[in-house]
Write a protein that binds this ligand. Structure first.
Ligand code: FAD
Length: 400
């Protein structure tokens, strides 16, 4: 069988928030870029799991209005998304700000940015092999819809969110025995409620009562309203998936099955027990469960929780983190650890650079960080920044 071969300056694996930023950054430097994505659309967790808000864009502050933590591509992306989604920045508890969005608008903004930059995008394209020689990656092989293609490049960026290319190339990775809890998002139409706050409280109260009465399993009570998602009679709900994620084979299937089953159980409960949901129906279920963390790349530096909490700055800082450490335990309870308000920590470029391969970079939730540090650095605003920086680093590498 003859395998097609293509040569570009840069290959980016994964078209999530980080991959989009990386591909656009490298392409705007005048390089040819192939972006390979196993889904049929861009956005990764932001669209496939419909997480619903962009966090990490703004400084946490009680004094001022929302202020971007970084200029550049992250701000450009947020402003385009805000315009297209017709949403407003919202303030939440503890001085946090975030931007709600519509997942389809997120896809559209990504499609437009990629096209404008001249990125060669390949959807339905799963990278399954990497060829290496000494300290370099030579090629990445992908199944592109119905055929194998070998992509040769001078630099590679792993934005797979799962260190897929690092793993295939035999690079070092960070693995845990257990990862943070996952969640499933779905939309319900035709509900009767006055505010998201009262809706959230009402749901929590009813579920607690049902658990106490033995009508619903305690592990299913973690249902929240996606901030900014209540429009007229429609709302997005997020269910904590009652399943601990370890390092087992085929773990994603168990998460997806449990997520879908939980949607059915919870929706039936809401419809049958709350007047608010009496005439409602499900209009949308996110295509993929939201898996928060997993295997990550191990770079020249690994960001720590102390770096985050101390708002540490680095000489080679390339991204500003503004979101607290949002750690979701496997009991589906969230623990928020806040660093100083009106301040931020930096992520050094070394967190995006492979120790082993001098033409391999990474970004997004695949940045080199501990499980606690990534619980902050994985939010979309920060992924956009690390993705952009990885694209620039790869471009510099191509010019050497
Ligand atoms: C339940 C949940 C709620 C969240 N809530 C928020 C929130 O409210 N606000 C916020 O800012 N963040 C939130 N996050 C975090 C945030 O959504 C993600 O961490 C972020 O979007 C990750 O971006 P990424 O580009 O690093 O990875 P991803 O978005 O995971 O993108 C990786 C892409 O790589 C592709 N890929 C993987 N392997 C391959 C391969 N071998 N070949 C080709 N393609 C491949 C995947 O299909 C995917 O599209 C939430 C996350 C979850 C799970």
């Amino acid at each position: 069988m003859k395998i097609s071969e293509l040569k570009t300056d840069v290959v980016v694996v994964g078209a999530g928030s980080a991959g989009i930023a990386a591909a656009v950054a490298a392409a705007r430097e005048g390089l040819s870029v192939a972006l390979l994505e196993k889904n049929s659309f861009p956005g990764g967790r932001a669209t496939a799991s419909a997480v619903g808000t962009v966090c990490g864009l703004y400084l946490r502050s009680f004094k001022q209005k929302a202020k971007f933590v970084s200029e550049g591509f992250m701000k450009e992306f947020a402003e385009r998304l805000q315009k297209r989604s017709s949403t407003m920045t919202q303030s939440g508890a503890n001085g946090l700000y975030y931007l709600p969005y519509n997942p389809f608008d997120f896809k559209t903004v990504c499609d437009e940015l990629l096209a404008e930059a001249g990125v060669q995008t390949y959807y339905h394209s799963t990278v399954f092999n990497a060829e290496t020689k000494a300290e370099k990656i030579i090629s990445a092989e992908a199944f592109v819809y119905d055929r194998k293609i070998k992509f040769r490049a001078d630099a590679f960026i792993d934005c797979s969110g799962e260190a897929s290319l690092c793993y295939l190339a035999g690079d070092n990775t960070v693995e845990e025995n257990e990862y943070q809890a996952s969640a499933q998002v779905f939309t319900v139409e035709n509900i009767e409620t006055s505010s998201p706050e009262s809706l959230g409280l009402h749901i929590a109260r009813e579920l607690k009562r049902a658990v106490d009465n033995g009508n619903i399993h305690a592990s299913l009570q973690w249902v929240s309203v996606v901030p900014g998602s209540l429009h007229e009679k429609s709302v997005m709900l997020k269910i904590g998936i009652p399943l601990s994620i370890g390092n087992t084979n085929n773990k994603a299937t168990a998460v997806e099955l449990t997520g879908r089953k939980s949607v059915n159980t919870i929706f039936d409960f809401l419809k049958n027990n709350m007047e608010t949901f009496r005439n409602s129906h499900i209009s949308f279920v996110a295509a993929e469960a939201g898996i928060r963390t997993g295997r990550r790349a191990k770079g020249k530096y690994t960001l720590t929780e102390t770096d985050v909490m101390d708002c540490r700055k680095f000489d080679d800082g390339i991204a500003n983190g503004a979101w607290p450490v949002e750690f979701w335990g496997n009991d589906n309870k969230v623990k928020m650890d806040y660093f100083a308000e009106d301040d931020f920590y930096q992520i050094p470029a070394r967190c995006l650079m492979s120790e082993k391969f001098d033409n391999l970079f990474f970004a997004g939730k695949n940045s080199s960080a501990t499980e606690k540090a990534i619980a902050s650095a994985r939010v979309i605003g920060t992924c956009l920044q690390t993705g952009w920086a990885a694209g620039k680093l790869a471009a510099d590498n191509c010019e050497l």
